[in-house]
Design a protein around this ligand. Sequence first.
Ligand code: NAP
Length: 169
Amino acid sequence: MRAFVVGRFQPFHNGHLHVIKEILSDYSSVIIGIGSAQYSHTMENPFTAGERHLMISNSLESAGIFNFYIIPIEDVNSNPLWVAHVESLTPKFQSIYSNNPLVRRLFKEKGYDVQAVKLANRDEWSGTKIRKKILNGEPWEDQVPPAVSNIIMEVDGVNRIRELAEVDD
Ligand code: NAP
């Protein structure tokens, strides 16, 4: 049995890793959809789909996890068509994990088994909070797997976020 989980993973952090491990305790493999794949270089979505793909695959492989498929998924400008768009890109799956009310509703209407994501240590493991810490020069490295901090350093991600903030100002 395969499950599907979708997020923007900006960046992939320890909370996401925890959720994927939990899902894999019930399913033989997991499909990880990288949502809003077309976006990068904005404050909300600083990292490209390719960078996010590498963050997830390197983190999971470092944790000894290999039963996953990563699929970048661009948004489409019609919500009723989005589930069909996801299905056209992914292997078949039986259950979908999300807390996003729109995502849950769209999959429920297509007859999927929709499960809630059990969030852990939300005070620290949050994409929004990690991006803010990077911007403010606060320690953030402990909130992400080592593979992710390595990739953020490799792509000059700290300066990218700081320079994007100047554009936003
Ligand atoms: P999101 O904006 O990435 O996440 C929403 C919230 O859920 C965030 O607080 C996020 O925390 C948390 N979260 C998501 N996945 C998680 C996980 N595996 N573990 C822990 N926390 C998690 O949105 P999303 O609901 O996850 O992703 C939905 C994607 O589907 C988006 O890219 C959206 O654009 C796309 N979508 C597209 C259409 C369309 O094209 N018409 C329609 C519906 C949805 P963090 O910030 O810490 O990750």
